[in-house]
Design a protein around this ligand. Structure first.
Ligand SMILES: [Zn+2]
Length: 445
C-alpha cells in the first residue's frame, strides 16, 4: 500500500470528471460523465449530540456510534494533510482513525484534534477509515466545520443514498480496488463498512436496495420505539448506526456496542438486499435492536429478550409471515413450562426463547402501540431505577397502566416473582381483567 501514498489523487464527482495523476492503476475504461461513487474532497460536518447525550435522552442501556463518515481511508504510517475551516460553534471536532471492531488489533483508535488551518500528521501503524467526531453533551449546541482532505487521504468506494448510481459504484470499485481495503455505504440512518473483496464479489447487486433496506430496519425499530421526527424528546437520533465487517479470524458472529459488527463470512447477508429483508436478516435486526433497549424495563435477565421486541418489529415490517417465536418452534416450551405449578414457575430463570413468548403475547393482545407507548413513557418520566426488582415493578405497572388492563393473572401465570406489593399496586389501579387469558394467545397459523 505504501507506494500508493506518493500519488496525488484528485476526483471531481459533480462534473463527472476525475483526473488521477501519477497513477498507474487506471487500466480500465470509465464511462465519461458518470464518475465515481466517492466522497467529496471538501465536506462540511455539523455538530451532533454525543452518544451519551442520545442514550440519556432515549433512556438506552448503552451508547452507540456518534462518528460521522468521511469516505476516506489513510494507510498505516502515512503522512496526511487536511485543512480545517471553522464555520460556527465550538472548535472541538476530532478525527478518529479506524473503524471500531474492524481494526480490533488496535488497542485504542487514533484521534486527532482539528485546528483551524492546514495540518499534517502521521497515521499510526494501523491506519483505517477516517471518521469525524464532532459532538456536544447537550441538544442546544450547534456547530459546523469544513474539512478539505488533502494528500494521503485515499477515497474509498462510498455509496450514498440519493447521490450515487450503480455505474458509479462499479467505477469506484474498479478504480480503487487495489488501493484501499474497505468500502462504505451511507443511508439516512446508517453507515455500513464492508471489505473490498466482498464488495467486489457482490458488485452486481442493487446498492440502492441495500441502503434502503438498512433504513427500513432502522425505521421499523424507531417506530416501535415511538421515535419520529428530528426534534424533541422523541426524535430519531441524528447519529447514524454504524455497521461494520470484522475479520472472521477474530471470532464472534455479530454483536452490537459502539458499532454493530458482522464477521466477514456474513458479508453475503449484508451485500445482497434479499438477505437483509428475509429470515436471514434476523441477525442484523437483532443487533440493531440491542441499540434500542431501554434500561428501565430491561432487567438483568432480559438482555437477550427485550432486544427482540425490536427485531420482531423489523420481521413484521418486512412482511414475514411467521414470527421468530413460531420459526424457532418455541411455543411448546410454553406448554412445558405451564405444566409446572404456578408457585414453581420463575420467569427470570427461563431460556431466552421462553422469555420472549410473553412479549409476543403482549404484542398479540395489544399491538405495537404498547411498546411505543412504554418507550415514550420511559423517555418522558426517566425512571431513576437500577435494581431488577424496581425494573420489574416499573414494567408490570406501566404495562397495566398503558393497556388499562389488570394483568396480574398474566404476570402470575408467567412466574413474575416480585414483591407482593407490586400485585397490590396493580389491584389498586382497579382495572378490568383482559377479555381473554393472554397466556392462551398464539401466533396465527
Ligand atoms: Zn443479542
Amino acid at each position: 500500500m505504501k507506494n500508493l501514498l506518493r500519488i496525488s489523487l484528485a476526483l471531481s464527482i459533480g462534473s463527472g470528471l476525475y483526473s488521477c495523476t501519477q497513477l498507474g492503476f487506471m487500466d480500465h475504461r470509465v464511462i465519461p460523465g458518470v464518475g465515481l461513487a466517492v466522497a467529496d474532497q471538501v465536506q462540511r460536518f455539523k455538530l451532533t449530540p454525543s452518544a451519551s447525550a442520545v442514550a440519556d435522552r432515549l433512556q438506552f442501556r448503552g451508547t452507540h456510534n456518534d462518528m460521522q463518515a468521511t469516505g476516506y481511508y489513510v494507510a498505516p504510517n502515512s503522512s496526511v494533510t487536511l485543512t480545517v475551516k471553522a464555520i460556527s460553534g465550538p472548535n472541538s471536532a476530532r478525527l478518529a482513525i479506524g473503524t471500531p471492531f474492524r481494526d480490533n488489533v488496535r488497542p485504542v483508535r487514533q484521534y486527532v484534534n482539528l485546528t483551524e488551518g492546514t495540518q499534517t500528521f502521521t497515521v499510526d501503524k494501523y491506519g483505517g477509515l477516517v471518521y469525524v467526531i464532532y459532538t456536544a453533551n447537550d441538544y442546544l449546541t450547534t456547530g459546523s466545520v469544513e474539512l478539505t482532505f488533502g494528500n494521503g487521504f485515499l477515497p474509498v468506494p462510498y455509496y450514498r443514498k440519493g447521490k450515487n448510481t450503480h455505474q458509479q459504484w462499479l467505477n469506484a470499485l474498479d478504480t480503487l480496488k487495489s488501493m484501499v481495503p474497505d468500502v462504505m455505504f451511507e443511508s439516512e440512518n446508517a453507515i455500513m463498512v464492508a471489505n473490498m473483496d466482498e464488495a467486489l464479489k457482490y458488485r452486481g447487486e442493487n446498492q440502492d436496495l441495500i441502503i434502503n433496506r438498512l433504513d427500513s430496519i432502522i425505521d421499523f425499530e424507531n417506530r416501535i420505539s415511538g421515535l419520529s421526527g428530528r426534534v424533541g424528546v422523541h426524535a430519531i437520533p441524528d447519529n447514524k448506526h454504524l455497521i461494520t465487517v470484522r475479520d472472521s479470524a477474530s471470532g464472534g458472529y455479530m454483536a452490537a456496542g459502539i458499532a454493530i459488527y458482522y464477521t466477514e463470512a456474513l458479508s453475503y447477508r449484508m451485500l445482497q438486499p434479499l438477505y437483509l429483508s428475509n429470515t436471514n436478516g434476523w441477525g442484523l435486526w437483532h443487533e440493531v435492536g440491542h441499540t434500542y433497549q431501554q434500561k428501565a424495563w430491561t432487567w438483568s435477565s432480559l438482555g437477550e429478550t427485550t432486544v427482540n421486541v425490536y427485531s420482531m418489529a423489523a420481521e413484521r415490517g418486512f412482511g414475514l409471515p411467521k414470527s421468530r417465536v413460531t420459526i424457532n418452534n418455541s411455543w411448546p416450551k410454553l406448554d412445558t413450562y405451564f405444566k409446572k405449578p404456578i408457585a414453581d414457575r420463575d420467569y427470570n430463570t427461563g431460556d431466552n426463547e421462553l422469555k420472549l413468548i410473553p412479549f409476543q403475547q403482549l404484542y398479540l393482545a395489544f399491538g405495537d402501540n404498547l411498546f411505543s407507548k412504554l418507550s415514550t413513557k420511559t423517555r418522558d418520566t426517566r425512571p431513576a431505577i437500577t435494581s431488577d426488582a424496581d425494573k420489574m415493578r416499573y414494567f408490570m405497572l406501566s404495562v397495566s397502566e398503558i393497556t388499562q388492563k389488570d394483568l396480574s393473572d398474566f404476570f402470575r401465570k408467567w412466574g413474575f416473582k416480585v414483591d407482593e406489593s407490586v400485585y397490590q399496586a396493580i389491584a389498586a389501579m382497579k382495572l378490568p381483567a383482559p377479555a381473554v387469558d393472554i397466556t392462551t394467545l398464539r401466533d396465527p397459523k
